[in-house]
Design a protein around this ligand. Structure first.
Ligand code: FEO
Length: 400
């Protein structure tokens, strides 16, 4: 196996999950990685582990560098099983290492794994001497679970923040500068689908870390590529995404039964494009919900279209709204459109769903009965043009 060294004595010893395509509802089109790190010092430290089926892959990587029984300390930055489910076998393999974690980490690990562990609980600002290095810790509750924390190695300027700054991306490369701009697309999708609801906490945590004045050469997240060329780039992107900075971009997200809602969607798209908006048409059965959410991250406006089925919205729209509401994408303006046969009901149900979560709703709506005629298509184009003006003046978001 190729040995990957971040800095002298600090190694990546994680695993690559090439074939996972669904990560609890998120489409992982290239797979992902579970990143664990080994620090060699007077006391040897393993930072996080990997998902259980990949335990032997991690063990193999560690064994290329040292005898695993020489590990003295394991740091568990996060309880979720993609990072902790190899803890029990590695503890059994190496003896009785100290397991360093947050207070909530101790409680969470105790509920997941019944085996007794030799815990050492740490808090923000505490440090741990391992010889030449003094590891320090920053609790980061809700990034991604209440137990989450960051480990920082000041002597090497390396930050290991677990889920923060990660990407679900599998490749032969381990560092972002080996891949190029593609990494940002994966980082954006990861942020939008996992961390977006936590945006206010992310801003606070980035501010807190900035005030600590800790220099950072390398960010080693727990998924995907390691940021070593320009770690400031991903930090700035997190600030922008958390602040809801958006482009002059609008999405037309819809489903259709007999083509009527689609005809309206295409008319709206035409109107948006004619007004110079970067617009995208996204059919709910052709695009995975997690890809649509990624597109939404930098869009100012979102138009949602559904036909009426059994007096309500189409099931795919219900699925999408349920997923979207949980991610709380604030700072967007939403508009509604759709077709119906007789009674209608889709827009009413969609509106209720969005109002419950206090999304910013455009007062105009567009509907057509049965099949839209040429005048109604002209109306759809105009609707798109009006929405383009609306997103221009909407004050809930900023533009880059
Ligand atoms: Fe990658 Fe929250 O676990």
């Amino acid at each position: 196996m190729e040995i990957v060294e971040l800095k002298k004595g600090i190694y990546w010893v994680g695993a690559i999950d090439w074939n996972i395509r669904d990560f609890h509802g998120y489409s992982t089109t290239t797979g992902t990685t579970y990143n664990a790190y080994l620090i060699l010092d007077e006391k040897n430290v393993l930072v996080d582990t990997v998902k259980a089926p990949f335990y032997l892959e991690m063990l193999g990587r560690i064994s290329e560098i040292i005898d695993p029984s020489k590990i003295d300390i394991i740091i568990s930055n996060h309880v979720e099983m993609d990072h902790s489910s190899s803890l029990s076998p590695i503890i059994e393999r190496i003896g009785n290492p100290v397991v360093v974690t947050s207070e909530r980490g101790k409680a969470g690990l105790g509920k997941h794994y019944r085996d007794p562990m030799n815990f050492k609980v740490v808090k923000t600002g505490e440090s741990l001497s391992i010889g030449q290095r003094n590891l320090s810790f920053v609790e980061a509750p809700m990034l991604h679970w209440p137990d989450s924390m960051f480990t920082y190695i000041p002597e090497d300027r390396v930050l290991l923040p677990n889920d923060a700054f990660g990407q679900h991306f599998a490749s032969c490369q381990r560092f972002e500068d080996e891949v190029g701009d593609e990494v940002m697309r994966h980082a954006a999708k990861y942020f939008a689908n996992i961390l977006w609801p936590l945006a206010p906490l992310i801003l606070k945590k980035i501010d807190e870390v900035a005030k600590m004045g800790i220099p950072i050469d390398i960010i080693g997240p727990s998924h995907g590529l390691i940021w070593r060329k320009n770690p400031g780039r991903i930090i700035q992107a997190y600030v922008d995404w958390s602040q809801g900075k958006a482009n002059r971009k609008a999405l037309v997200i819809y489903d259709t039964m007999w083509g009527s809602t689609e005809a309206l969607a295409k008319g709206i798209l035409k109107g948006l494009i004619e007004e110079g908006v970067e617009a995208k048409l996204l059919h709910l059965r052709s695009n995975h919900r997690s890809d649509i959410i990624e597109e939404m991250l930098e869009a100012k406006g979102v138009l949602l279209g559904s036909p009426t089925l059994n007096n309500g919205m189409f099931p795919t729209m219900g699925d999408f709204l349920t997923y979207m509401k949980g991610l709380r994408p604030k700072g967007k303006i939403f508009g509604l459109f759709g077709s119906y046969g007789w009674g209608g009901g889709a827009l009413k149900e969609m509106k209720k769903s969005l109002e419950q979560e206090k999304f910013d709703l455009w007062e105009q709506e567009l509907t057509a009965q049965y099949i839209p005629d040429p005048e109604e298509i002209k109306g759809a184009i105009q609707f798109g043009k009006e929405f383009a003006k609306k997103i221009e003046t909407n004050s809930t978001n900023d533009s880059k």
